[in-house]
Design a protein around this ligand. Sequence first.
Ligand SMILES: [Zn+2]
Length: 172
Amino acid sequence: MTFTISAEETRQVDKHEHGVGELNIAVEGSTIEFEFMIPGADIVGFEYVAKSDEDIAKINQALKTFDDYTNIFTIPSNSLCELNGQKVALKEDDEHDEHDDHDEHAEENHNEFYAKYSFECGNINAIKEVNFPYFATFTNSGELEVQFISNMGSTSFEVEGDEPSINTDGKI
Ligand SMILES: [Zn+2]
């Protein structure tokens, strides 16, 4: 039996920077995995706990938008990738409940959207670029910091809405 602690469980959501979403892309053999961690501020414009009907509707709409990954990113169709796993969640910062003596910390609430998508690809080398409709989908979005890892090595990218794609040619 092996135990793995995934990044989503160990990461503290209050460590994020508003305006900066994180994306890890990992390629292994014929599989490619996309894992997004994006501040709520960048998606719905707030991070307090949604209580009004309007705010709850915004959160639910955003989660629904993440449910269809093509709202967030696209990969070339000739790579023959098929989605075979997906997880979408809103992760709330519940840490402050344990630190009642730090009042100033308790007032600052953070949350973030977490989304993970796994694909099995018939021709993974055809992924020469990844495009990000993300920026058009979410008008509050800032930049995306992308960590790209394959057996060729690792690369990082900073992606913004004025040029919403990364070039992965030769990196897979
Ligand atoms: Zn925050």
